[in-house]
Structures are given as structure tokens and as C-alpha cells.
Design a protein around this ligand. Structure first.
Ligand SMILES: [Zn+2]
Ligand SMILES: [Zn+2]
Length: 174
């Protein structure tokens, strides 16, 4: 395989099952020491990157935009598309939701948690048990709302530092 010497190379980040675009962008940026402004410049997408990190997908990302992102992150546009709500699904960007039990198994924010009428977690493909737990919208200890997924660095509350997996104990199964 030929590698063009003048092309900037980046560390690739493998997407996780069901991961939202916001969460993936945060991981990619941190792995490559990039701010969202820098990633905006590199992709030519500008402030669109920050909008996506905030889960604002209106107007919906175009194929062309996803191709531009793809050329930098090294993940093909079809796979990036899977990180977005599927066609016809309405997404609610706030509040940011979390299934702490899912997070304990695979540490990422899932795009399906933000679907408009989503109240509980149905689990995901490849998971052994469905949790059927109510999704959380704030820290179970101090009630601080969750930050945008791009900022989930350690997977803990940004205020009291309670780890997300620990919050599963307080998730309701009703
Ligand atoms: Zn779950
Ligand atoms: Zn907290």
C-alpha cells in the first residue's frame, strides 16, 4: 500500500457497536489531539463538526459531508451513517440519555438512546441480555445532566465524578 508523504496521517479509532457520531468524534479528536475547530478545518466542514457533537442533525448530514469526514477519520461513509438516527426516526438532542448498564458492557453513548420516544433501553445487537431499564437523564447521585457524548472522557459525572457504570444500581426496571 502506498502512503502519500504529504498527507496528514491520523490514528484510526474503531467505532463501537451502536455508538453515536458525537461520542465517536470525541474519541477520534482526543486520540489525535484535535479540537473540534481543528477537525472542522481539516474536513472543510467548519462549525458543522461542533453541531454534530451537540447531536444537532438538522439539517441532516449529507453524503458529501460524511465523505469529507470519512477522508480524515478513515471510516467509510456508510459506517458513519450508522452513527446517525436512521431515516424517518426523530431524534431528541436533549436531555442526553444513558443506560449505565450498557455503558458498563461497552463504554459509549448509543445513538438510539436519543430517539424521540425512547424511555428504556432495549439493549443492542450482540448483547446477551436486554436490560429493559429506564434510561437515565441525569447523575443518580447529584442530578447533574450528562454532558454531550463527545465530552465523555472518563465516563463519569462531570460534577461529582460518579462513574457511569455505578449508576446502573439506581436504574429502574419498571
Ligand atoms: Zn442497556
Ligand atoms: Zn454527579
Amino acid at each position: 500500500m502506498e502512503i502519500a508523504a504529504d498527507e496528514p496521517r491520523f490514528f484510526e479509532v474503531e467505532p463501537l457497536d451502536g455508538e453515536s457520531l458525537s461520542h465517536f468524534l470525541g474519541r477520534f479528536r482526543r486520540e489525535n489531539y484535535l479540537t473540534s475547530t481543528q477537525l472542522g478545518k481539516l474536513t472543510g466542514l467548519g462549525a458543522v463538526i461542533l453541531r454534530w457533537e451537540k447531536l444537532y442533525f438538522n439539517p441532516f448530514p449529507t453524503r458529501q459531508e460524511l465523505e469529507a469526514l470519512s477522508s480524515v477519520v478513515g471510516i467509510n461513509a456508510d459506517r458513519l451513517m450508522e452513527m446517525l438516527p436512521s431515516q424517518g426516526m426523530t431524534m431528541k438532542p436533549r436531555p442526553i440519555r444513558l443506560c449505565a448498564a450498557c455503558y458498563a458492557e461497552s463504554p459509549c453513548h448509543r445513538v438510539e438512546w436519543q430517539l424521540k420516544d425512547k424511555i428504556r433501553c432495549d439493549g443492542y445487537a450482540g448483547q446477551r441480555h436486554r436490560h429493559n431499564l429506564r434510561l437515565l437523564i441525569k447523575c443518580t447521585n447529584c442530578e447533574t445532566p450528562f454532558p454531550i457524548p463527545a465530552d465523555w472522557v472518563q465516563g463519569e459525572c462531570s460534577h461529582c465524578f460518579l462513574p457511569f457504570p455505578t449508576m446502573a444500581k439506581r436504574q429502574k426496571r419498571d
